[in-house]
Write a protein that binds this ligand. Sequence first.
Ligand SMILES: *Cc1c(COP(=O)(O)O)cnc(C)c1O
Length: 638
Amino acid sequence: MTDVSNTDWSAEHSANLYGIREWGGGYFDISEQGDAVVNAILGEKTVSVPLINIVNGMKERGLEMPAILRVENLLDHRIKALNEAFANAIEQGEYNNHYRGVFPIKVNQQCHVIEEIADFGQHYHHGFEAGSKAELIIALSQLRDHDSLIICNGYKDTEFVELGLYARQMGIPCFFVLETPAELPTIIECSRALGIEPLIGVRIKPSTVVDGHWNGDSGDRSIFGLSSNALLDVVEQLKLEDMLHCLQLLHCHLGSQLPNIRNIRSGVLEACRFYIGLINEGAPMGYLDLGGGLAVDYEGASSNSTHSMNYQVLEYCINIVETVRESLDPEGIDHPVIVTESGRATVAYSSLLLFNILDVRNHQPLPLPESLPVGSHELLSNLFAVPAILSLNNFQECYNDALYYRDEIRDLFRRGQASLRDRALADNITLAVLAGITALLPEVDRVPPEIEHLPELLADIYYGNFSLFQSLPDVWAIDQVFPVMPIHRLNEQPDRQAIIADITCDCDGKIDNFSSPDGQQKTLPLHSLNDSEDYILGVFLVGAYQETLGDLHNLFGDTNVVSVHIDGDDSFHFVREFHGDSIADVLSYVEYDPRTVQEKFRRVAEQAVRQGKISVATRQKMLNAFKESMRGYTYFEH
Ligand SMILES: *Cc1c(COP(=O)(O)O)cnc(C)c1O
């Protein structure tokens, strides 16, 4: 940590410490007053709103922590940025066709998010990608104009195909992308039966293998897409049915969160060769869909590590546009409409998770006694001598001795030969030695590997009012790293190092890996709690994938959600408010009938009255408390 006295600490120091300007994409910063702010870019003007003001506004409206905050302006700005970057690349690159974005609904299916994308995206003819019937139904109900595409991926049954064909009949450019040749007969039959011609796309299996977590989506073993032979089989079938003219789109998805721009270029290059191949086979084509994969720099490191990216959005667009033009021009093939299915990069910024800290457990030793208490086990005297002699010259020896003697005492305790007080004292002396060594570490040139982990072992545990499994499932499932930091008190120097635990009773319910522009860190600098106010942390960039992947571990339900819109006069208003699940809600998800549950409790209470254990008045109080709880929030309430 930067060595400055607390009075010298400013918001500027916090900005560097947490890297907010590196991962914030210009949307987040820290005000001089020490509050994290969200920036809305409104034309020429940038309006900054402190997140803590929004939290206070939520509390006044009865929306307690934990909560998801969506900022509409950020979602709008991402759609605008992506579309304008492509428009820019197309103009600069003298490319003779346009760009059409589609939002993959699976990345965030929440109604408000989809409605906002449909509304704001209309201006750019931004469409949707649907991977299931349910998502197609969402897309059909939301789409505003017939220049926007609907791209249907995933396995399609008759009902799915019929819905898509009806969309065609209404003039919506709705593509069926074939994942396997087996889907083709269904499409051909339905189209014949309804007398509606389909728009067909083929998903290829790129052999380009990419960096990052999702490298299984590319390469020969990818579970998606047609092999080159299967592709030719599709072409033959379509020729036989006299339907080759329906084949107009090539689809290629290299995987999500592609950190390395060089992989993207190779993937596009390969897709172009397939595109040329299909033209040469006689398919008209016209659309090149390059899937998702545009990354988000969760670390702010601008690197090709899994949670980062070594390129900018405009660079991504220019790479695609140039590669397509340079591949097709020598073949004399017209430039296709470029389609991408960016999900993560479209929605990640617009949501953040906010929660309060309920409690802190620190691993600080208690003060040691002046001398060993009378009656202590004799072995304790060896251990007791260690803290006094600890120095830079012998810290490794002290480390070994302390652990050795501690383990001896623990052995004796197991055998009944040392008391609980002996054991507690041994643990505390050891902790004092470890804390002493940790304090020396900044002066040590080469820290031995076994000692390197001490700061993490001694870090505080901050208990947050949230469920990792409900609100940040990717942290648990795929070790996703999200930026986390306090949203206020940022002109005070953080005086603790901590990891964060959630309120499930699961040992996996913790965050102990933190993004930082200097690489990942095992602990997060935080402030000591004070009595006068709640300490609120924000987890940023959580708009993609987290909400619907979340589960009901320990029956913690959906959190409260608010959407705000920031206005030109520096104010903000609450566009939508949703109260999270009540306990009755989550019980019904696991097939309890809340009324039956209540009735069963009533019977238990009634019996207690009959047995004279409680009065009727007490019974009433209990039933009311029970009912009140059923209506209440599943999280910790004040
Ligand atoms: C998941 C998925 C996407 C979205 O990918 P992002 O990396 O989030 O942009 C796009 N297309 C397909 C086919 C997908 O499966």
